[in-house]
Design a protein around this ligand. Structure first.
Ligand SMILES: [Ca+2]
Ligand SMILES: [Ca+2]
Length: 457
């Protein structure tokens, strides 16, 4: 472990931290980077098509199989990249060999990238694409009563679930990929068990700098230091990846690296240190696609590894559709409601179409308008967006996992849908999905499943 340091590490000390290992950083450098034109690309090796829903005896088997398959098709490319750094004038600044999806993220000088494009063992070389946060929207809302609990927690009956059903998220680890988190905020202190900053090599101190991530983290696990409970699962813990910079921008390459990391944070497949679910308040505008892109596969492999992906539906409403990854069939997407249980105007709508099949999106809604939660740097602030609805549902899922640790992703989603409070048009619809999530009902159902399972033994 590195010690915390008030000053960012120098370039030289960063470069000395060369991590070698298949799933970790492979940092090749020796030449000064200043003034060099470097590109970041996502390299797809030629490989067997991805197979979803394979069965494995254990999670360890599953991870090691994915790693072995990736390694086989990546080895010759990694060797070539190692040799490329010996060439005068060529720079290979960073190579990250992923296994959650079979890709290599490479930052190198353009001659090295051009060389990669000529290789027959590479299927595609795609420049990293800029992605932006689902930014909070401006809203002038009537201020609801938030004494004791935020209105959001009241609407989904979090307090009733805690008091009557003895759940608070204890023992559950939730993943959080966002702008980071202000870890010493009074409502978040002690709750971030692991932090990785994808913008600084040595960042282990939970920081935000943008504000979005501190707010969404507060809605998942925040306490009541302000006199009002802000978090749905206040005793759950967080594993946080900082995937957006202070301007709220990132690339798909950064996101893929973070998704790979959080599937096995300690890099040891024999230890189960991954979060049970991940809250994601980000996404792109794309609504339909051919299945099989890297984000699609990364989400599918999360699901297959027992990690539930929870995504904000997007703020493209009232005309715009739910964007990806929220639109993927295998993720749980969350739309936003307000104090009146009306759909927030900004909440993205369904349906979405995959391979010609239309499906309802989002699946579920939760409060996202004028949500009171933790502020980066201290204090509290109200923000609006499906970004604020998503962490409510992530918190609810954490309560369900506590109630029945063996619950499957399918059971979580099915129970949320079947017990939701129907809103809008009768039955499931493309604004509210199956309706407003209800903590009491979902936890009762999860506890009943736990009881049933215990009786079978
Ligand atoms: Ca592990
Ligand atoms: Ca409805």
């Amino acid at each position: 472990m590195l010690t915390l340091n008030d000053n960012p590490p120098s370039e030289a000390s960063r470069m000395n931290k060369v991590g070698l290992g298949f799933a970790g950083w492979i940092l090749f450098t020796g030449t000064a980077l200043a003034g060099t034109n470097l590109e970041t690309v996502i390299v797809e090796p030629v490989s067997e098509p991805h197979v979803a829903n394979r069965s494995f005896a254990t999670r360890e088997d599953h991870i090691t199989t994915l790693q072995r398959e990736s390694r086989l098709s990546q080895e010759s490319i990694l060797t070539a990249l190692a040799s490329a750094r010996q060439i005068e004038g060529s720079i290979v600044a960073q190579v990250d060999a992923l296994w959650l999806v079979n890709r290599i993220v490479v930052t190198a000088s353009s001659d090295v990238i051009a060389q990669l494009r000529t290789r027959s063992d590479i299927a595609s070389v795609t420049p990293a694409t800029e992605m932006t946060l689902i930014a909070p929207v401006e809203e002038d809302e009537e201020s609801p009563d938030e004494k004791g609990f935020t209105y959001g927690l009241k609407k989904i009956r979090a307090g009733e679930a805690w008091n009557n059903l003895s759940v608070d998220g204890s023992g559950v680890v939730v993943g959080h990929l966002d702008t980071g988190v202000h870890g010493s905020h009074p409502d978040l202190k002690g709750k971030v068990i692991l932090f990785k900053d994808f913008f600084y090599y040595d960042g282990e101190d939970p920081i935000d700098g943008q504000g979005h991530g501190t707010h969404t983290a507060g809605t998942i696990v925040g306490g009541n230091a302000s006199g009002s409970h802000i978090g749905v699962a206040p005793s759950a813990k967080l594993i946080v990846g900082r995937i957006f910079n202070n301007q709220g921008s990132t690339t798909d390459a950064v996101i893929l690296r973070a998704m790979n990391w959080i599937a096995d944070p300690d890099g040891d497949p024999s230890t189960s240190d991954a979060p049970r679910l991940v809250s994601n308040s980000w996404g792109g505008p794309k609504t339909t696609d051919e299945p099989g892109g890297p984000l699609w596969d990364a989400c599918q492999n999360w699901v297959d590894l027992g990690i539930l992906p929870v995504f904000a539906a997007g703020n493209s409403g009232p005309a715009g559709k739910v964007g990806t990854p929220g639109a993927f069939p295998h993720v749980l997407s969350v739309g936003s409601t307000n104090w009146f249980n009306w759909l927030s105007y900004f909440s993205s709508r369904g349906p979405v179409v995959w391979e010609g099949t239309e499906m309802i999106k989002p699946e579920i809604v939760a409060p996202g308008s004028s949500i009171y939660s933790a502020k980066d740097g201290g204090g509290w602030v109200k923000m609006s967006g499906t970004s604020m609805a998503c962490p409510h549902v992530a918190g609810v899922a954490a309560l369900m996992v506590q109630a029945y640790p063996a619950i499957t992703n399918e059971q979580i989603v099915e129970i949320m849908k079947s017990t939701a409070k129907d809103l809008g048009d009768d039955g499931p619809d493309n604004k509210y999905g199956w309706g407003l999530v209800d903590c009491v009902k979902v936890v009762e159902r999860a506890q009943a499943l736990a009881q049933f399972s215990a009786n079978q033994d």
